[in-house]
Design a protein around this ligand. Structure first.
Ligand code: CP
Ligand code: NVA
Length: 302
């Protein structure tokens, strides 16, 4: 593995290996016995969008593994004044050992990976959010004891998170049913790729149909970062696509409720469900740290 840009790049063995290692690193951290594979290394975080979880879990994760991490937003560096990504990639590669990037177009992380000579980790693009999926599936493993033999329901926008759930279903083989309003389907490229890999993935219009027989119920905000101007229209278009008690009761008993956070209570999910006994959202958020340490360790060049 040279970079970590999308779940589709992983083999089943690689993905299961990362999840297994993430669980082990979680245990080692609790025991105060983490290894230091990043000793002497410097990792840069280049973020063109806001972040709480991704930023902090990467900064802390790099530090826990013995390295140093620092944050840059485009307005603090010449990128924001028009310096090309290709030059930024080559210059940063002369100083740092790895790069975590959060940006808009997925092409931007690909360009940084292509022009630089250091590992690049995708910390979210408009297309996908692979780091989040490792944390989500670590949480599923903890709660259900499997990452292959379960059904997951996705309710709402066919966005970057949906893309990475589709890719994960393709790589691991679990069943995924996505309920999206018309006009908000997931990227056709994700569905086509997943189907080609034999994935058990479907898009339906009825959230009740998606959650029937589901062991995991999952959602995300109606308007992602960069879509603020569409927020009011989306709120109307997503009416009926809320995770609430009534919908949860249609899933398998004890189904695990996930949300990558930040959440908009009362929109895509009710306060009652988010804070309720079936919600695993804060374990899920914590697992970002452990899952990403597994990625950092796998990419660290010595
Ligand atoms: N879930 C997630 O990526 O959160 P942040 O936007 O806070 O990083
Ligand atoms: N889909 C959301 C995820 C945030 C973690 C966004 O892109 O804003």
């Amino acid at each position: 593995m040279d970079h970590f840009l999308t779940i589709f790049d992983l083999s089943t063995e690689e993905m299961k290996g990362l999840l297994k290692r993430a669980a082990k690193l979680k245990q080692l951290r609790q025991e105060g016995r983490l290894p230091k594979p990043l000793a002497g290394q410097n990792w840069a975080l280049l973020f063109e969008k806001s972040s709480t979880r991704t930023r902090v879990s990467f900064e802390v994760g790099v530090n826990l593994l013995g390295g140093n991490a620092f944050y840059m937003s485009p307005d603090q560096i010449q990128l924001g004044r028009g310096e090309p990504l290709e030059d930024t990639a080559r210059v940063l590669s002369r100083y740092v050992d790895g790069l975590v990037v959060r940006t808009f177009g997925h092409d931007r992380v690909k360009t940084l990976a292509q022009w630089g000579s250091i590992p690049v980790i995708n910390g979210l693009t408009d297309l996908c959010h692979p780091c989040q999926l490792l944390a989500d599936l670590l949480t599923v493993q903890e709660r259900l004891g499997t990452v292959e033999d379960f059904k997951s329901a996705w309710i709402g926008d066919g966005n970057n998170m949906a893309y990475s759930w589709i890719a994960s279903a393709a790589v691991l083989g679990f069943t995924l049913s996505l309920a999206c309003p018309s006009g908000y389907d997931p990227a056709p490229t994700a569905m086509a790729k997943a189907k080609e890999l034999g994935a058990k993935v479907e898009v339906v219009r009825d959230p009740g149909q998606a959650v029937a027989g589901a062991d995991v119920i999952n959602t995300d905000v109606f308007a992602s970062m960069g879509q603020e101007a569409e927020a009011a229209q989306r709120l109307k278009d997503f009416a009926g696509f809320q995770i609430n008690r009534e919908l949860v009761e249609k899933a398998n008993p004890g189904a695990v409720v996930l949300h990558c956070l930040p959440a908009h209570r009362g929109e895509e999910i009710t306060e009652e469900v988010l804070e309720g006994p079936q919600s695993a959202v804060f374990d899920q958020a914590e697992n970002r740290l452990h899952a990403q340490m597994a990625v950092l360790e796998a990419l660290a060049r010595r």
